[in-house]
Design a protein around this ligand. Structure first.
Ligand code: GAL
Ligand code: ZN
Length: 688
């Protein structure tokens, strides 16, 4: 890791490292406000301790009102006001919103839905990633902007575009995408025989005679072939990866000291952030906890979650996006927002709580969206740090407090996680196509295991295990794979090497069912992992709430839900058995000693108590010390010797800590939605 360097103007310029003094930022749209106000805005940012400002992501229409007629003066002025105040600027390419004149010139830029409907101008994200014209236009605007700011010190880096894929826009079904898909399949398979074999196209007369026959999976009477769908998901993802590379190259050509990042979304399905991340210096993401608790959570939006979000849902994204150079929250919910079904005011202090949680999980910048509630356009019902009359809103006070607290904590090292959590977007896509139960959701299943780890205060790294990756589990005391649905021998080898050397692996249901092409393995599940697991899956069933779902694990009774596999032990030992239904007496959980380590296979979607028991046994085997099981609304997270206690509940709690524990923020009395930071061992803390 590199050292942070102080620059002449005193700002901290080492944005692309894992270690840093965490900073507060804000997303600013000077173009929405009279110029006379900008100086005041900047003064108030300085008062709040804001160090970073992001701008420009939707500004194409202002920067180039007519083809070739550029107006940069307003942005130059905003950048120099911020620069004079010592604030770092992150600029964005404005490509999420091509202006009307461009669409009128080239309507073929527009995206098309599976039923042939064009996504028209009038909102945002209305371009196709595979449009050659749009790629040329992207190069033109990105290069013009990048070259203009190449020598401006205050501009420290770039965000490409904005939230690729938001509003379901990764997958487009236009003619450009059709020809792109044909090319992509040709590159991947070489000849149609290989494609036919990999997909398995004898079913329903799906044989492909030539690559020219391939179309996007457009509107049909019944479901599409799952292998074709999966490859379309991969192709669409690859189109975004390419498009992002194009942008990143142009930015780096102008100034290779800039960092390049992108703002991903929370619990987002259609974009593989690992693959897009290959051309970024680090990832950032946009965190809206009270919205996510409602619109993308398999669990209930309880009153507490409506006020502060589900802590584990939020931090799973922090951990997913955290890489060797850390991560940022590029957009942090500033108060009430406009897009979830309901928009209660967040709990008192929640905006500060979220910033602390992000930093505890490795964030180096937490940047609120947006500076001021906007008086025009689609997001008038979305708060900012300031109200639309300019006065401070609730988030402003929280952001100010967080900025001061982070400054006092100083430099923080990277998060050091003892456990790896396996994740694969390919599995997410395959399981999304064939969930086999309405409630079977990849995020929910991953979340069930993740929640159990977090409830014990365990930091985790998220590791990509999608087909073709060569994951390394070196240095992890334990590995949890909630499912590895599509699997090949190379992943089985990686797991085997890890366990042989003394690693401890916990595998969840639906593992090893399919080949990477999305057809069943020729052997029973868990396919290539059967030897490791020491047994096989004899049957599976998906179960509604009206059927009792009970099992015993090491003699204790537990609930599970929605998914059950009847397991046949071979070398492995049954440590869990069904205690209800037609599976009664059959094996549900297997354990196998392999080499110097162990493998546990859990054939159900575990309820919280079972997930906790499985995880605690795994941690004990791996020699990972852990805390007590914290209540659902209290989370602890460790970074660089500091432990954050984060109260996501509406009631105060008291922390029991050793007498010599030093409180750096707050104290043992944690108010509702409050935060404490203490120097102590996680295992020595408990709450009342
Ligand atoms: C994000 C987006 C922002 C804004 C925000 C509202 O998804 O990047 O531009 O729309 O949501 O919460
Ligand atoms: Zn398209």
């Amino acid at each position: 890791m590199t050292e942070d360097t102080e620059t002449d103007d005193g700002t901290n310029r080492a944005p692309a490292t894992a270690e840093a003094t965490p900073r507060i930022g804000v997303c600013y749209f000077p173009e929405h406000w009279p110029r006379e106000r900008w100086e005041t805005d900047v003064e108030q940012m300085v008062e709040a301790g804001i160090d970073v400002v992001r701008m420009g992501e939707f500004s194409w229409g202002r920067l180039e009102p007519e083809r070739g007629e550029f107006d940069f003066e307003w942005l130059d002025t905003a950048v120099s006001l911020l620069s004079d105040a010592g604030i770092d600027v992150v600029l964005c390419t404005p490509t999420a919103t091509p202006p009307k004149w461009l669409i009128d010139e080239h309507p073929e830029i527009l995206q098309v839905e599976p039923d042939g409907t064009t996504r028209e101008f009038g909102s945002r994200r209305h371009y196709c990633f595979n449009s050659e014209v749009y790629r040329e236009e992207t190069e033109r605007i990105a290069r013009t902007m990048a070259e203009r700011y190449a020598d401006v010190d205050a501009v420290v880096g770039w965000q490409t575009d904005n939230e690729y894929g938001c509003h379901e826009t990764v997958r487009c079904y236009c003619e450009d995408c059709a020809s792109g898909f044909r090319e992509w399949c040709r590159d991947r398979y070489g000849d149609v025989e290989t494609l036919n074999e990999t997909w398995g196209t004898a079913f329903w007369s799906q044989q492909v005679g030539s690559f020219e026959e391939l179309d996007p999976p457009r509107h049909t009477a019944a479901e599409h072939h799952p292998s074709r769908l999966l490859d379309y998901a991969r192709f669409a993802n690859a189109s975004v990866v390419d498009y992002n590379e194009l942008q990143a190259e142009i930015i780096r050509e102008a100034n290779d000291e800039w960092f390049v990042t992108h703002n991903f979304m929370g619990h987002f399905d259609t974009l593989d952030s690992f693959s897009v991340g290959d051309s970024l210096d680090f990832a950032t993401w946009d965190s809206y906890p009270t919205g996510f608790a409602q619109d993308r959570n398999t669990e209930d939006a309880t009153a507490d979650r409506l006020r502060a979000g589900d802590p584990d849902q939020v931090s799973l994204n922090h951990d997913l996006y955290r890489g060797p150079n850390g991560f940022w929250v590029m957009e942090q919910q500033p108060g009430d927002v406009n897009w979830p079904p309901r928009c209660p005011q967040p709990g008192e202090g929640a905006m500060r709580l979220w910033a602390h949680q992000a930093v505890a999980h490795g964030a180096n910048v937490v940047s609120y969206f947006r500076w001021r509630r906007c008086r025009e356009g689609q997001e008038q019902y979305h708060a900012g740090l300031r109200k639309h009359d300019g006065s401070p809103d609730r988030g402003y006070e929280d952001a100010t407090r967080a900025a001061a607290e982070f400054g006092a904590l100083g430099d923080l090292d990277a998060v050091d996680a003892p456990v790896a959590l396996c994740f694969s977007y390919d599995d997410l896509w395959a399981l999304d196509e064939q969930p086999h139960a309405p409630e079977f959701d990849y995020w929910g299943l991953v979340g069930a295991f993740y929640r159990a780890l977090r409830a014990r205060g365990i930091q985790v790294d998220v590791v990509d295990v999608s087909p073709g990756t060569e994951p390394s589990f070196d240095g992890y005391a334990a590995v949890v794979a909630p499912t590895v649905h599509l699997a090949d021998e190379s992943l089985a080898d990686a797991f085997e090497g890890y366990v042989d050397d003394g690693g401890h692996l916990l595998l969840g249901p639906r593992t090893g069912y399919k080949l990477p092409g999305n057809k069943l393995q020729s052997t029973l599940a868990p396919g290539p992992f059967a030897d490791l697991v020491g047994g096989r899956v004899d049957q599976h069933e998906s179960l509604p709430g009206s059927i009792e779902t009970r099992l015993t694990y090491r003699g204790e009774g537990y609930d599970f839900w929605t998914w059950a596999e009847w397991l046949t032990p071979e070398d492995g030992t049954a440590v869990g058995e069904y205690a209800s239904g037609v599976a009664s007496g059959r094996s549900a959980v297997l354990e196998n000693e392999v080499g110097a380590g162990s493998v546990t296979y859990c054939g159900v979607w575990p309820e919280a108590d079972l997930a906790d028991a499985l995880v605690v046994d795994l941690l004990d085997r791996g020699g990972v010390s852990h805390g007590e099981r914290f209540p659902e609304t209290v989370r602890v997270a460790e970074r660089d010797g500091y432990v954050w206690l984060l109260n996501f509940g509406g009631e105060p709690v008291t922390v029991d800590a050793p007498d010599d524990a030093e409180w750096r923020v707050g104290s043992e009395s944690l108010p509702a939605f409050g935060v404490g930071v203490v120097e102590a061992d996680v295992a020595s803390l408990s709450v009342r």
